[in-house]
Design a protein around this ligand. Structure first.
Ligand SMILES: C[S@@+](CC[C@H](N)C(=O)[O-])C[C@H]1O[C@@H](n2cnc3c(N)ncnc32)[C@H](O)[C@@H]1O
Length: 307
């Protein structure tokens, strides 16, 4: 992802996009993930690039984590880590958990039917995985795989040698705004924006490339599904602050392409002003194509097949 645009907050963006992801997540793929967790006794889950804690909060709210789950969320940005810790506590209370023990990084959550431990740690995910002298059952990286290269994914998979991986909301090559005011320029911006993602990372085709990389590394990919973002206004307003997501994405895209030689600066400025106004007026429809990918190590798949 490009740098945070000036005067916009990454944390506010990540918080606002939670409802977009809630709608987008592919339920068929998610079912495979929850089945995998339910078949493990007290599963250990590792989430990398956890942002402001949206995925763990969702997992608590949607009862995705079985009794005994130990969930470790790793995030490199300290502001996001602080917010993620608050988000986890709020989500736990909303899901009727009692916080039985808490330390700076860890909370123990108790409800009649289950006990769950959540740790939110500030760390570089790669250094954390490499230093850890242990493994996990499930690796989660939400909206993360497009940011890193194939070898980086492989390093992370070392954390789940006998387990599974779940990469939801993995960008896969389409960013569209409607209505189109200047279709040729829209198309140029989309092309140039996607090109800026590809510098050593899985990038603009991360979803499909991830599937190939997993298979090439000896993993089964039992479930892949579309998880497109659709943000649209109803009656001139966007739900739950999703207008902020759009303003943030517009700034991110504009700042990613503004030094490209064939992107005219003045035309880009006009494009950006018009698109921001369409958001403010509640007129802009946005669609981005993502894939949710669930992989299992082959040995693990054999065991599940044999069971
Ligand atoms: C696009 S955001 C997604 C956040 C969250 N998973 C979500 O979907 O809301 C990517 C996140 O990965 C974090 N990140 C990037 N590189 C990282 C690394 N090496 N270790 C840990 N976190 C990292 C960023 O700080 C950011 O919060």
């Amino acid at each position: 992802m490009a740098d945070t645009p000036a005067s916009y907050s990454m944390q506010e963006y990540l918080t606002a996009k939670r409802s977009v992801d809630d709608r987008a997540l592919n339920r068929r793929v998610l079912d495979r993930v929850t089945t995998f967790l339910d078949e493990r006794d007290a599963p250990d889950v590792l989430e990398v690039g956890a942002g402001t804690g949206a995925m763990v909060a969702r997992a608590l709210a949607w009862d995705l984590l079985p009794d005994g789950t130990a969930y470790t969320a790793i995030e490199i940005d300290p502001d996001s880590v602080a917010l993620a810790r608050e988000t986890v506590r709020a989500a736990a209370r909303a899901a009727d958990y009692r916080i039985s023990e808490q330390a700076a990084e860890e909370v123990r959550l108790v409800r009649d039917d289950r006990e769950i431990t959540v740790t939110v740690r500030e760390a570089d995910a790669f250094a954390f995985v490499e230093r850890a002298e242990r493994t996990w059952d499930l690796l989660i990286g939400a909206a993360f795989a497009d940011l890193v290269g194939a070898s980086a994914v492989e390093r992370l998979l070392g954390a789940v040698p006998d387990g599974a991986c779940y990469f939801p909301i993995t960008f896969d090559g389409m960013t569209r705004f409607h209505p189109a005011a200047d279709p040729a320029f829209d198309a140029l911006i989309e092309r140039r924006y996607h090109a800026t993602m590809n510098d050593g990372a899985l990038g603009s085709q991360a979803g499909r490339r991830l599937v190939s990389e997993l298979k090439g590394a000896g993993w089964d990919v039992p479930a892949v599904g579309g998880a497109d973002w659709t943000i649209h206004p109803t009656g001139g307003t966007y739900p739950e602050g999703e207008g902020y997501v759009l303003h943030y994405l517009l700034e991110t895209i504009a700042s990613a392409v503004d030094d490209q030689p064939d992107v005219d600066g003045e035309r880009l400025e006009q494009w950006l002003t018009r698109r921001h106004r369409q958001v403010t007026d509640g007129e802009l429809l946005f669609v981005a194509h993502n894939l949710d990918v669930f992989g299992q190590h082959e040995s693990n798949g054999d065991r599940a097949d044999a069971a």
